[in-house]
Design a protein around this ligand. Structure first.
Ligand SMILES: [Zn+2]
Length: 208
């Protein structure tokens, strides 16, 4: 991939000051522009680089002004702007978003386990002859502590989050689950995941 990166210089702050006079015309009216370079990737700043540089001009006669004490003062008081860290900030925002959504998704799972509803679909796990087997159940009726669930047709050898196109739930194959056992089943991974508010394309709406 073609990477476009490098250093750029930009003005980060501008001031007007009347604290010193221009040695050309004697007026007290100076513009101070502070510049600093930054590293960029495709023009997006990564971090500031190098020292700041104040460039001063007289607003009356337009001549450049060189007063080290004054330029040092403005170089020191000017901070690198936060947007000079755009890429690290974007990366941090992305990480925070991922962590937050993973956290919300997990807390939803606990909520679903503790308050089952009809039409919830569980991904179930069991081991048989040291083979990993995954399958689905769909809750069709809840009667006090008892959940009536339909089983799907196929077993899967790895964790799946949707059903194979030929797979479906069948009313000829049902399972009973108990509400009070669900938290433990979720804890020991017999129930891997709960799906609620799913789409047709997940296959969970196919019942024969
Ligand atoms: Zn001047």
């Amino acid at each position: 991939m073609f990477l476009f990166y490098g250093k750029r210089n930009a003005r980060i702050k501008q001031y007007k000051t009347e604290e010193q006079s221009c040695k050309h015309c004697g007026h007290f009216n100076i513009t101070v522009k502070v510049y600093q370079e930054y590293f960029h990737l495709f023009y997006l700043p990564i971090a500031p680089v190098g020292t700041k540089e104040a460039v001063m001009t007289c607003n009356n006669c337009g001549q450049p002004v060189r007063l080290n004490r004054l330029s040092n003062k403005y170089e020191e008081k000017t901070r690198s702007p936060f947007y000079y860290y755009t890429i690290p900030l974007l990366i941090a925002a992305l990480i925070i978003t991922l962590i937050t959504s993973a956290y919300i998704s997990n807390s939803n799972q606990t909520k679903y386990i503790n308050a089952p509803q009809t039409n919830d679909v569980y991904v179930m796990y069991q081991q048989e002859d040291s083979m990993d087997m995954y399958y689905f159940v769909r809750i069709v009726k809840i009667n006090e502590d008892t959940l009536f669930a339909l089983n799907n047709q196929l077993f899967y050898s790895r964790y799946v989050y949707k059903m194979d196109p030929v797979d479906y739930f069948t009313e000829n194959d049902t399972t009973l689950l108990f509400k009070h056992e669900l938290p433990q089943m979720y804890e020991d991974k017999t129930i891997q995941r709960v799906f609620r508010n799913y789409d047709d394309e997940d296959g969970f709406t196919r019942i024969n």
